[in-house]
Design a protein around this ligand. Structure first.
Ligand code: SF4
Length: 368
């Protein structure tokens, strides 16, 4: 299959659902986590959760980059932007994410120079155009976006651009999956593996999920048929008492990943000892830090960030939703004081956030 329409073919979808119904044992309650926020978005957008048997429960995972960023890091970025010499740049998803004192957009409305960019290289270009300003790129994302940040740091070094730096918040998906698997309050039967991250890291690094934790993991595409086929493959493995890594998204993901991108990451970044994740707490070696060779362009060193830790607003249950313990609608604030117009947590901002996806594609439609 080559075109999107084929992955939305109602005849094939119906057939796959029938196969899922035949495979799913009605006496078993299956709990399958979709790691990536892109999958959560597709599941709600296409109503896939309503098409599969009710005993096959889909649990939303932590794969939405802005959602897992703790409030302390957002406030550190905003504190940098308070400097009148600074132009803070960020991806669109970041602009409305609330910190303790407001979002980047709120600070922009108060007169700070905060701009949305589509790529870190746009920020470098901005630094060239404004030599008297300090341009700081607020870098977020998993292994998917980190190579572009690495490339930008290499270019900053090569071109000798001194008024540019990166506030690095890149995180890694594998330690997060491991933390979820080690969590005592989480029982999972298998994983729909993240499609985007895997284009960079490949399938091989997930072997520990299958071998050490004995859980099937199927790397999946984002179309309805992709996700349903991945669920089918997980159920098939469970029935055959297998736990393997499978690649359903072979049209995009290579088993070995993208070697060029991986080399870029290795050249520019090293592992942080610890990093705080919203909902998951501090996880060892779960994030990237800029290597000493590029420290001149490290905003944490240039602006002396302090590594502050802040707790989420009391009633917000973002952490529980991120860990898959609660569904979005089970948060006390959902649809009331937290909605896409006035988000309390980051999960209500990004299209990949479970709360925003549920709000737009399920809640709003049933409430009208
Ligand atoms: S509804 Fe709002 S506060 Fe509650 S979990 Fe979702 S984003 Fe967080």
């Amino acid at each position: 299959m080559q075109y999107v329409d084929e992955f939305r073919d109602s005849r094939l979808i119906k057939k796959t659902i029938e196969m899922i119904q035949q495979l799913a044992d009605p006496t078993v309650h299956y709990r399958i986590m979709e790691v990536c926020g892109g999958h959560t978005f597709s599941i709600y957008r296409f109503g896939l959760h309503d098409l599969i048997p009710s005993n096959v429960e889909l649990i939303h995972g932590p794969g939405c980059p802005v959602c897992v960023l703790p409030m302390g890091r957002i406030d550190e970025g905003l504190r940098i932007a308070e400097d009148p010499k600074v132009i803070l740049t960020a991806f669109g998803d970041m602009m409305r994410v609330p910190g303790q004192t407001g979002s980047p957009l709120v600070l922009k409305a108060k007169g700070r120079d905060i701009r949305m960019v589509y790529s870190p290289l746009d920020s470098l270009k901005l630094a060239k155009e404004h030599p008297k300003k300090e341009v700081v790129f607020f870098a977020i994302g998993f292994e998917t976006t980190a190579p572009a940040t690495a490339l930008t740091l290499l270019k900053a070094q090569e071109w000798g651009i001194k008024n540019f730096s990166v506030f690095c918040n890149h995180v890694l998906i594998l330690p997060a999956i491991r933390a979820i698997l080690d969590s005592p309050d989480m029982r999972l039967d298998g994983f729909i593996g993240p499609g985007h991250v895997s284009t960079v890291i490949g399938c091989r690094p997930y072997a520990f999920v299958a071998q050490n934790y004995k859980k099937p993991i199927v790397i999946s595409g984002f179309e309805p048929l992709d996700i349903l086929e991945s669920i089918l493959r997980i159920l098939r493995q469970l029935k055959e008492k297998k736990s393997e890594v499978e690649n359903q998204y072979g049209r995009v993901v290579l088993w070995e990943g993208n070697r060029t991108a991986l080399k870029l990451l290795e050249r520019v970044f090293e592992l942080r000892s610890y990093f705080e994740w919203r909902g998951l707490g501090f996880i060892a070696q779960s994030a990237l830090k800029i290597k000493k060779e590029f420290s001149y362009w490290d905003a944490e060193l240039r602006f002396g960030t302090q590594g502050i830790t802040l707790t989420d607003p009391k009633a917000a249950q973002c952490g529980e939703v991120l860990k898959g313990v609660l569904k979005p609608y089970q948060c006390k604030l959902f649809g009331r004081s937290c909605n896409p117009e006035h988000p309390v947590g980051a999960l209500m901002v990004s299209s990949e956030g479970a709360c925003a996806a549920y709000f737009h594609h399920v809640y709003q439609k049933t409430e009208v």
